[in-house]
Design a protein around this ligand. Structure first.
Ligand code: FES
Length: 603
């Protein structure tokens, strides 16, 4: 056994048995971003290691630069200890979510499904013949009580002090006598495939008091839903491992937000959770195999309510309730319902297109004739996965770019460039397209075809493959080289083709054209940062006027917050959206192939 040290683990542990660094972190419930699930093909799980380790693998020789290798950088999935080691994460991906998930400052009208009622009880008299519970109902209305609460009341009832009762959907779930602070908090949790965000809400005021976010602890098992479903199918313990990871992760987030805001976990009585269909299955521990084959049926899309303790969440009141919003069908899950709530798609006079560009792309078209939804296998290209130097929107990511005589870019936090995030990718490709460096069909031009010698000098050829130099390490001291490869451009085309196919088919099914659509609502943090003109230029969306494009931020999370604060949203609107939206399986639509192929063109 060897000593394994990492600041990110907060402790020193012992490891052996050739367990990769990625496996050790996964086992400790700490995720390292691992889009390919540890297959050694994505090159994203970079860590800095010192100490005795195995020799460089073939995969690492291919995926790491010589500069990285000499700086002690290794791939976590291909490296294991052969003596005592210390591991440093390249960035704090454990607790920092991508930017743009902090939540709006909107204060919602507070009428949650849960409330506190304060009453001083009068002792039953000899004449009344009332039981304690009769008397309680006389004061609080026709409330329901479970056996454990009846038992608790029988032991604690005090007629000399005021009683404080927490009532959940007409059922008493907690009580106290004497001086209480009467606080009532709830959490809205958005379980994204990549990022998990926990919003702490004061339910008496409908106000957000804190937020915490982290990389989804399941990313160590693959960036997209398909790899995680596959993991549960191939490993007998896989489902339980992924379920435990997300529950533990959420528990950590609640603890963190409570520490930041000095709120007691006992005062958190309610949680509203959203996530796509796969995230819901992994959260509840439902077998995922039906999601891996046609017709991609979920085990259930119902709204589920459970006691927080039964789920394994310890940082809420032990009698607290967790609700997962309902989903629609197939891969269109509760996160889409959350986004629909935030987008307020209730106005049937308006035709609205809602596009959520997350790791999966979900699209909803709300029209006067009905609502239609689909999910597209856009893949995680917008979040940097499958792009050679792609990364999430962390400090140092190239987030915007422009191309004229030469290429220019900005990075998040003005930090030295470390990679390209989704908004940067779209800006750069849009600029290169306009400058003729990339053609409509995605091919990189020959240097001699370009007028600008600076741009021509950025095209690097090795045999038949070409790359475009984005950051030149020889010009910018101490920088790593960053390029855009032909394969990266193809990945973007595939993602774009999927989104466009989804939009085109929903329009066709509804009998509308782009001109009939009044607004394009962009959900997801990416929608906030993407340059609308660039997105239109590469044809990510049909030909909308930029003013019709409205970014909504993390709409799924906002929808969960709204449902948390309003019983009507939770019990009526969420269910209405889930039950009345028609799911369209685009991959089996006769026009899919044509729409997808056409959608891949940058026009
Ligand atoms: S290369 Fe290690 S997770 Fe992909």
């Amino acid at each position: 056994m060897y000593k394994f040290k990492s600041e990110a683990l907060d402790k020193e542990i012992s490891v052996g048995g050739n367990k990769s660094i990625l496996e050790v972190f996964n086992q400790e419930g700490r995720a390292i971003y691992a889009p390919c699930g540890g297959k050694g093909t994505c090159g994203k799980c970079k860590v800095k290691v010192s100490g005795k380790i195995n020799p460089l693998s073939d995969e690492e020789s291919k995926l790491l630069t010589s500069q990285e290798i000499s700086n002690g950088i290794r791939l976590a999935c291909k490296t294991h200890a052969e003596g005592d080691i210390e591991v440093q994460l390249i960035e704090d991906k454990l607790t920092n979510g991508a930017k743009g998930k902090l939540g709006s400052g909107i204060q919602y009208a507070a009428d949650p499904l849960i409330c506190r009622k304060t009453e001083k009880l009068t002792a039953p008299t000899l004449d009344s013949g009332e039981t304690v519970i009769d008397m309680l109902r006389g004061v609080l209305g026709a409330v329901k009580l479970d056996l454990n609460i009846i038992r608790e009341i029988s032991q604690k009832i005090d007629y000399t002090e005021e009683g404080s009762f927490v009532v959940w959907d007409n059922k008493i779930i907690d009580m106290a006598f004497g001086k209480t602070d009467n606080q009532l908090y709830g959490i809205a949790v958005d379980i994204g495939t990549t990022t998990v965000v926990c919003y702490l809400m004061d339910l008496r005021q409908g106000r957000q008091v804190g937020v915490s976010s982290m990389q989804n602890p399941q990313v160590g098992y693959g960036a997209d839903v398909i790899s995680r479903i596959q993991y549960t199918i191939e490993n007998p313990e896989g489902l339980e491992i992924l379920r435990t990871r997300i529950i533990r992760g959420i528990d950590l987030l609640i603890r963190e937000v409570c520490e930041k805001t000095a709120v007691h976990k006992q005062d958190i009585y309610m949680g509203v959770f959203v996530g796509n269909t796969t995230m819901a299955h992994l959260f509840w521990g439902f077998d995922c195999s039906s999601l891996s084959r046609l017709p991609f049926n979920a085990v259930t899309q119902d709204m589920i309510v459970e006691n927080s303790q039964n789920i394994g969440i310890s940082n809420m009141n032990k009698n607290g309730r967790v609700i997962f919003l309902p989903g629609i069908a197939g891969f269109v899950g509760a996160d889409t319902v959350g986004a629909m709530i935030a987008a307020e798609l209730v106005n049937y006079d308006e035709n609205s297109l809602l596009v959520d560009l997350g790791t999966n792309g979900e699209i909803v078209l709300s029209t006067s004739r009905g609502r239609y939804a689909c999910s597209t296998a856009a893949g995680p290209a917008f979040e940097g996965a499958r792009i050679k130097y792609g990364m999430q929107a962390f400090p140092g990511a190239i987030d915007h770019g422009a191309v004229e005589e030469d290429l220019e870019y900005t990075t998040i936090g003005d930090q030295p460039p470390r990679g390209i995030c989704g908004s940067g990718l779209i800006d750069i490709v849009s600029g290169l397209l306009e400058a003729g460096v990339i053609s409509e069909d995605g091919k990189i031009a020959e240097p001699e075809e370009l007028k600008s010698s600076k741009l021509a000098g950025r095209i690097m050829k090795s045999g038949r493959t070409k790359e475009i130099l984005i950051v030149d390490e020889s010009l910018e001291n101490n920088q790593s080289r960053i390029t855009l490869t032909q394969k990266d451009i193809r990945e973007l085309q595939l993602a774009k083709g999927a989104i466009r196919a989804g939009i085109d088919i929903l329009l066709k099914v509804s009998g509308l054209t782009v001109d009939n659509v009044d607004r394009l609502l962009l959900a997801g943090a990416f929608g906030n940062f993407v340059n609308r003109e660039s997105a239109l230029k590469i044809g990510l969306f049909p030909d909308f006027h930029p003013d019709k494009i409205i970014p909504l931020g993390n709409a799924a999370g906002e929808g969960a917050k709204k449902a948390l604060c309003s019983r009507a949203v939770l019990k009526e609107i969420a269910l209405h959206y889930a039950q009345t939206t028609k799911h369209i399986e685009i991959s089996s639509h006769p026009d899919f192939e044509k729409a997808f192929m056409e959608g891949m063109y940058f026009r």
